[in-house]
Unconditional design. Structure first.
Length: 275
């Protein structure tokens, strides 16, 4: 059965980090979460933004996925992980029991343009050790499908699997460009799924929507997307976790007690600090 658009959310511009404007569609008033997703930001940072960025900050209880369209971002953390991701690269960070890291743009003649998605962890995995999976653009396969071409960061499409694996929510994360005016894409039944337009208007079962708008899909095994050849969008899906969500800024746990414990741990310096 084909999926239709359940709801449209226009991204809201809001300040984040130090001097950055993000366009947030999940994790804001009206849509605090879309199980298993906790936050979805489009980030555009003009090249002359000085020292704007995301200096050291903590996370606990979930995973973050960063995907870059242009510009470069450097990340660093306490465990010695350090790296730069550039256009077409991705980074999947499991905060688990706690991480303190920074995400700062690298000066270049390009604007920084990318996306960050927060994926929840089930309660049983919230305190696992932190880790990074950094994915170079060269390791992201291109899938030619029915009316589309996809860069596949995570999940399976047309028999191909993306390089990011071993994630509880079994996510599908694909950067898709229409090669015909109509594309047909499979999506696992029962998984939460959304489409986010990057370039060109799109239409699903008669519901049109512009870029910088998140279309939540209803359930089904596939979606038909119409638009001009060259229209580009993200298709993101994942298995719902079906647990309560208790959040406080960069900490996302299951209960209020766990959030209080997390704040206590943070205040007592029980998170790793950058070296
Ligand atoms: Fe972060």
């Amino acid at each position: 059965m084909k999926r239709k658009v359940k709801t449209l959310f226009e991204a809201l511009a809001m300040p984040e980090g130090r001097g950055v404007t993000v366009h947030r569609s999940i994790g804001r008033q009206g849509m605090s979460e879309l199980d298993p997703f906790l936050l979805f930001d489009e980030m555009v940072l003009p090249k002359d933004s000085g020292d704007a960025g995301f200096p050291n900050h903590p996370h606990r209880g979930f995973e973050t996925v960063t995907y870059m369209l242009s510009g470069r971002m450097e990340h660093g953390d306490a465990v010695g992980n350090k790296g730069v991701i550039g256009p077409g690269d991705a980074q999947w960070m499991t905060a688990g029991r706690g991480i303190v890291h920074s995400e700062m743009p690298v000066a270049s003649d390009e604007d920084v343009h990318g996306f960050q998605l927060w994926v929840n962890l089930p309660n049983a995995k919230k305190m696992i050790p932190p880790r990074y999976q950094e994915v170079s653009k060269d390791d992201i396969p291109t899938v030619e499908g029915d009316g589309y071409e996809a860069r596949l960061i995570a999940g399976t499409l047309g028999g191909t699997s993306g390089p990011v694996t071993d994630i509880t929510a079994a996510p599908l994360y694909a950067d898709i460009t229409l090669t015909e005016e109509e594309a047909h894409l499979p999506i696992p039944v029962g998984h939460t799924a959304f489409i986010y337009g990057i370039q060109g208007g799109l239409s699903i079962e008669g519901q049109a929507f512009p870029t910088r708008t998140l279309a939540v899909l209803d359930d089904g095994d596939s979606v038909t997307i119409k638009g001009r050849v060259g229209a580009r969008f993200l298709l993101i899906a994942g298995a719902p976790i079906n647990e309560p969500v208790a959040r406080y800024g960069p900490f996302v746990m299951t209960t209020r007690e766990e959030i209080i414990q997390t704040i206590n741990d943070w205040n007592k310096g029980k998170f790793l600090s950058p070296s």
